[in-house]
Write a protein of this length. Structure first.
Length: 419
């Protein structure tokens, strides 16, 4: 296992390129199971979760070829297994996204139930309820979902909760179902829209993606396509917060400002000067200390839960007091315990973290617990006095492409060492 060592104090400056969105690439890789011809996907981030998904599809017998720019071509015509083993699913919960495509195209699937993770129990009951309503026969046996279906049928679904991968799984299942499926209370995340646009380029008939009501008219087959993944809005937000915390001035290229309006609004509130163009965002603090902000996470277009840990870190060194309420996941303050070890003044009451900014954090040996929490520890290390060690950074490698390289390009003093 590796760890990162960060020497705090550098004001970030310069520009970096944002990678493709992990949470769009994962469902779109699963969608290749639906196509009766090769699918070529561009702008895929080089992340551990992507290689895990490619391993899963490869184990099923699909042909995958990757070029030097991480364009991936997937051909599902050689599929021979409809099985997602626990060994892979437990390392990446998003493997559940193969369930809908396998069922609707091949009529069968044995997919391990994804376990919980550090941030919550992460049930998939809404995925299963939706598929059952579409006519799938599902049983859970020995930790596996055993699923079969002659041909799924279109239904009118009302989701009890807004679920991103639940909406994605059911939308993919509906593309080859018989008749029309309507998903109400659907997730509106940009990654759901990116998946829908990719499916439409394969011949799917989908309307309303990005709204809370998605209508899918089933077709008999979907063809291969070439599709480019949208930029990662959470990676973008993470580097914007890094610049805000260090009082720096950074430009992020190959990103889309309209995907992060709630985040940009909070950065403005924190005192950042933000300018944007069609595919870039620039943030300047002019050496100022950020002001603390209060946040309530919610499904898109609300403030994203995946940016909560990063703003908790910002509040630790900001001026004033900020109150952050996490309303999406039940246990997403694991980073607070580590930040407190650096001298942060944070009090967690239920699903709220109340933070009073301190003049400085002190470096400490830290342990990463989950993807976004570990990113927040790196951000804290950028401003702490001394050298901060963040261990178990495989969590970070799941969601941030070459984080130490990108931060070094912005002037941070950071290096990766074996732990
Ligand atoms: C997706 O997870 C993202 N992952 C998460 O990003 C993100 O934090 C989350 O959406 C919320 O935006 C991917 O897209 C691969 P949910 P997902 O289903 O789909 C409950 C990251 O950091 N729920 O929208 O698993 C659930 O427990 C990751 O990149 C059920 O109760 O999240 C949660 O409280 C972390 N039953 C809420 O809904 C279900 O069947 C929202 O979860 C499904 C969900």
């Amino acid at each position: 296992m590796d760890k990162l060592i960060i020497q705090g104090g550098a004001k970030l400056h310069g520009d970096i390129r944002i990678s493709g969105a992990k949470n769009a690439a994962l469902p779109i890789l699963a969608a290749t199971l639906l196509a009766d011809g090769p699918v070529t996907i561009g702008n895929v981030p080089h992340l551990h979760d992507i290689t895990t998904t490619m391993e899963l599809l490869g184990q099923m017998g699909l042909e995958l070829t990757v070029d030097e720019k991480m364009n991936i071509e997937v051909d599902a015509s050689t599929i021979r297994e409809f099985f997602a083993p626990y060994e892979l699913v437990r390392t990446m919960r998003a493997s559940i996204l193969v369930l809908g495509p396998l069922l609707t195209r091949f009529g069968r699937a044995d997919v391990s139930l994804p376990g919980g993770c550090a941030i919550g129990s992460r049930p998939v009951n809404l995925h299963l309820q939706g598929l059952a309503a579409m006519g799938a026969d599902l049983t859970v046996d020995g930790g596996y979902i055993r699923a079969s279906a002659k041909r799924l049928k279109g239904v009118d679904l009302v989701m009890d909760l807004v679920t991103v991968t639940g909406t994605e799984n059911l939308m993919m299942a509906a593309t080859l179902a018989k008749g029309v499926t309507v998903i109400r209370n659907a997730a509106r995340e940009p990654e759901v829209v990116d998946l829908a646009n990719c499916l439409i380029s394969m011949g799917a008939r989908i309307e309303g993606a990005g709204t809370d009501t998605v209508r899918i008219e089933g077709v008999d087959s979907l063809s291969g396509t070439t599709y480019e993944i949208l930029p990662d809005r959470i990676e973008t937000g993470t580097y914007l917060v890094a610049a805000a915390m260090t009082g720096g001035n950074v430009r992020l290229k190959n990103t889309r400002p309209e995907l992060l309006e709630a985040v940009l609004a909070k950065l403005n509130e924190a005192g950042a000067a933000i300018t944007t163009g069609e595919n870039w965002i620039e943030i300047g603090m002019n050496g100022q200390r950020p002001r603390a902000v209060s946040i309530h996470t919610s499904p898109y277009p609300g403030f994203p839960t995946d940016m909560q840990a990063q703003f908790t870190a910002l509040n630790c060194i900001a001026e004033g007091t900020g109150v952050i309420t996490e309303s999406v996941f039940e246990n997403r303050f694991m980073h607070v315990l580590e930040l407190q070890r650096m001298g942060a003044q944070v009090k967690v009451e239920g699903n709220t973290a109340i933070t009073t900014g301190v003049d400085y954090l002190k470096s400490a040996p830290l342990m990463a617990t989950d993807l976004r929490a570990s990113a927040s520890l790196v951000l804290a290390g950028l401003v702490a006095r001394g050298a901060t060690e963040v261990d178990r950074i495989y969590h970070i490698d799941r969601g941030y492409e070459t984080i130490e390289e990108k931060l070094s390009n912005l002037g941070a003093h950071i290096r990766r060492v074996p732990s």
